[in-house]
Write a protein that binds this ligand. Structure first.
Ligand code: NCD
Length: 309
């Protein structure tokens, strides 16, 4: 199936070949980021952000502008008609006529799927609550392929809030589709991956272990993927305070980890990576954030049918 006109609620709707097609286009674009300024001339992207964002929204906007397209939307839903009680479905129906592609971030799990039922233009899920975040995974895959020249046969340690962290969910379920990847899941007992994801991994016979100790977890890892404890998804402030400093990666803890390992983080970081780690050769989280632009340029161009037509 061609990518033109498709929506992206989750990466599960895409074959591994299609995902690699997006990643490879992003890698190509990243070598000449200013060279595609005419590709989406005349197109408009709607950016509907009902939840806080820095990187996702601004890298999508930057991507669209670099492609010569234009952007409409809101960064704060309190300035939109949702404040007056308008439903997401109605907003999407209207936006459908105002733009050619819609990027949606919303605090409710399943919102992107619902939006997809009310729009005729492609909908891209830019994060639905504590569920999924497929375009962060595309960014992460671009980063991995740049670093290792492959997205298979990697040993990946994911650490932090694996229960509410949507970047972790999308990353895990996507990377587990490539051969030879194995995972060490490091989290407090209370923040282990959700049941739906565990049963998917078990069903696919994926090599994963769940542990609580960070240092043990990274002994043989190619990648350490740190994540923030997702404060906004906790039911009580007290619970959050108990867990917020569960893991802090510092230079001392990094000392005994493999010298070839890289450290990733979708950002924003709160306390979980010490600022000293930024100067360690293994840190890649800022490069990872930069990769968000070509990753999203590739996605927009492909879903709008303008890449290599
Ligand atoms: C993540 C998110 O929004 O899920 N941020 C991002 O998009 N890069 C990670 C987070 O907020 O912890």
């Amino acid at each position: 199936m061609e990518l033109k006109g498709r929506k992206m609620v989750s990466l599960n709707e895409f074959t591994t070949n299609e995902i690699e097609e997006i990643v490879d286009a992003a890698l190509e674009i990243s070598t000449d980021i200013t060279g595609y300024g005419k590709l989406l001339q005349g197109y408009i992207m709607g950016a509907l952000f009902y939840e806080a964002s820095t990187r996702t929204r601004l890298s999508f906007e930057s991507a669209m502008l670099r492609l010569g397209g234009k952007v409409v939307g809101f960064a704060d839903a309190s300035t939109s008609s949702s404040k007056k009680g308008e439903s997401l479905a109605d907003t999407i129906r209207v936006m459908d006529d105002y733009c050619d592609i819609i990027v949606l971030r919303h605090p409710k799990e399943g919102s992107a799927k619902l939006a997809g039922q009310f729009s005729t233009v492609p909908i891209i899920n830019a994060g639905d609550g504590g569920h999924k975040h497929p375009t962060q995974t595309l960014t992460d895959l671009v980063t991995l392929k740049k670093e290792f020249a492959r997205i298979s046969n990697l040993k990946i340690a994911l650490c932090g809030d694996l229960r509410f962290g949507r970047t972790v969910h999308s990353m895990l379920e996507t990377l587990s589709r490539w051969k030879g990847n194995s995972f060490v899941l490091i989290s407090p007992e209370k923040l282990r991956i959700p049941e739906w994801l565990r049963s998917n991994l078990e069903e696919m016979d994926i090599d994963f272990t769940e542990i609580t100790d960070l240092e043990t977890g990274i002994e043989r890892a190619d990648v350490l993927y740190m994540t923030r404890i997702q404060k906004e998804r906790f039911f009580s402030e007290k619970e959050y305070l108990k867990l917020k400093n569960a893991y802090i990666l510092d230079v001392k803890r990094l000392k005994n980890s493999p010298s070839e390992m890289i450290v990733m983080h979708p950002l924003p970081r709160v306390n979980e990576i010490d600022y000293d780690v930024d100067n360690d050769d293994r840190s890649r989280y800022f490069q990872q954030a930069a990769n968000g632009v070509p990753a999203r340029m590739a996605l927009l161009a492909l879903l709008l049918g303008r890449w290599r037509q």
